[in-house]
Design a protein around this ligand. Sequence first.
Ligand code: GAR
Length: 209
Amino acid sequence: MKRVAILISGSGSNMAALARDMTGDHPARPVLVVSNEPGAGGLEKAADLGIETAILDHRQFRGDRAGFESRLNDVLQAHSLDIICLAGFMRILTSQFIDRWAGRILNIHPSLLPKYPGLNTHARAIEAGDREAGCTVHQVTADLDAGPILGQARVPIYPDDTRASLAARVLEQEHLLYPAVLRAFASGSESLVHLPAPGETPINAELGD
Ligand code: GAR
C-alpha cells in the first residue's frame, strides 16, 4: 500500500476528493495532510476524514526558504511516504526539495498546460478568448508547472463566463481527474489519463465497449 501526503494551502476540496477515493482496492492511503496556512479550511476537512494533519507556517521562517523546506522534509520523512500530492499548495518548492522526492510529487494545475502556468489561469483564458479551459495533473519538476503531464480534463468556456463560473466548472473536473490520475500512478502506470469533457462521448462508449 502506497503512503500519500497531501499538501494544501486553502479549502482542500481536491485533497478531500483524493482522500475519499483512497479506500477499498485503491493502491494508496492518505497518511498526512500538511498546510502552510494555519487557517486553511482543508485542515478541518482532513481531520473530519480521520487523516493526521500538520501545520507548517512559512511566515515563521521569515524568508528562509531552505529552513521551511528542511522542516517540511523532516515532517514528510517521518511518515515514510511514497507519494506527495500538491493540492492547491501555493508555495513554490525549490529544486533541492524536489530532487529529494524526484518522481514522487504530483500537482494539479487549473489550466490546460502548457498553457497558463502560474497564477490567474481562468482570467487569462477568458481574456485570450479561448473556447476551452481545463485542468492538468503533472509530475513536479524544478520548472514551474512544466513537469511530465499525467492527465488532463477539458471544459468549454461560454461567452458569459466569469472567472468564478469558469473556476467552478474546472474544479468539478479537478475532483474527477486528480483521483483518477493518482489511482493510476499509485498502481505504477504513467500513461495519460484523459477524462471526456462534460457531454462528450467517451471513446470506449463509441466503440461499443
Ligand atoms: C485548485 O483549483 C487547484 O487547481 C489550484 O488551487 C485550487 C485549490 O482548491 N492550484 C493552483 O492554482 C496551483 N498553482 P482546493 O484547495 O479546493 O483543492
